[in-house]
Design a protein around this ligand. Structure first.
Ligand code: ADP
Ligand code: MG
Ligand code: MG
Length: 251
């Protein structure tokens, strides 16, 4: 599904190297988690995968189902099946959630060379997804994220993810200060969307999130590299002992 090889990234504006050879392979249908100390490059990696400006890839590759992600424009990456959960965090006054979701679906279709979804099919799809995720129909009528609580924004993010039916979902929850309820929303959403053809990469500080999501593989990132990979027990070890032991083991 997602294959990152020897990825080196520096800031475009400065001579600051952030990713120093990231290797990561995510198989279809699996959930991977990345933990790691602040400033280790976790968010940078997801930004680079999404095609955000300001970063320069100096070596390495990233492919999605064999296609070169780094050569694609951001909207082509979304069309290829990549979804980043921080993609739409903004409030958009005056734009109804339904309109927004339909625009997102149609821009993905356009990038794929597919016709626009009909109003009827869209309505059917959004109702079906909202039902699966136990999302109140009321939220669909409101302007995007305006006056939404933190939990509602999370719910909406998961709905956006469900509507786009991505193959590879990246959730960077690192700095969002999820409370227990929001954590439950995110994990229920991820669990509802788990599928043999869909993979997740969950970036988190919180072992508790992984109690609910139950990742197949856990990675620790430090200083721009993945320094350790293991099963869910690795997250428990971090929760118990912090990163010091793992860092000492490797560095
Ligand atoms: P993490 O998500 O693991 O906390 P980040 O990817 O946010 O780490 O940051 C990795 C390092 O890169 C940090 O030292 C951070 O300060 C630096 N960094 C990332 N983006 C920028 C930027 N646009 N300008 C300056 N420094 C940056
Ligand atoms: Mg950080
Ligand atoms: Mg971060």
């Amino acid at each position: 599904m997602l294959e990152i090889k020897n990825l080196h990234v520096k800031l475009e504006e400065e001579d600051k190297v952030i990713l120093k050879g990231v290797n990561l392979t995510i198989e279809p249908g699996t959930v991977h988690a990345i933990m790691g100390p602040n400033g280790s490059g976790k968010s940078t990696m997801s930004y680079v995968l999404s095609g955000r400006d300001g970063y320069e890839v100096t070596a390495g590759s990233a492919t999605l189902d064999g296609a070169d992600l780094l050569a694609m424009a951001p909207e082509e990456r979304a069309a290829a099946g990549l979804f980043l959960a921080f993609q739409y965090p903004v409030e958009i006054p005056g734009v109804g959630n339904m309109t927004f979701l339909r625009t997102a679906v149609n821009s993905q279709r356009k990038a794929r060379g597919e016709p626009e979804i009909s109003a009827g099919d869209f309505l059917k799809l959004v109702r079906e997804k909202a039902k699966t995720l136990k999302i109140d129909a009321d939220m669909l009528k409101r302007p995007v994220n305006v006056g939404f609580s933190g939990g509602e924004k999370k719910r909406n993010e998961i709905l956006q993810m469900a509507m786009l039916e991505p193959k590879m979902c990246i959730l960077d929850e690192t700095d969002s200060g999820l409370d227990v309820d929001a954590m439950k929303l995110v994990s229920d959403g991820v669990n509802a969307l788990r599928d043999a053809g869909r993979s997740f990469l969950v970036i988190t500080h919180y072992q508790r999130l992984l109690d609910h999501i139950k990742p197949d593989v856990v990675h620790i990132m430090a200083d721009g590299r993945i320094i350790k990979t293991g099963g869910p027990e690795l997250a428990l070890e971090v929760e118990k002992n912090g990163y010091a032991d793992i860092l000492a083991e490797v560095l």
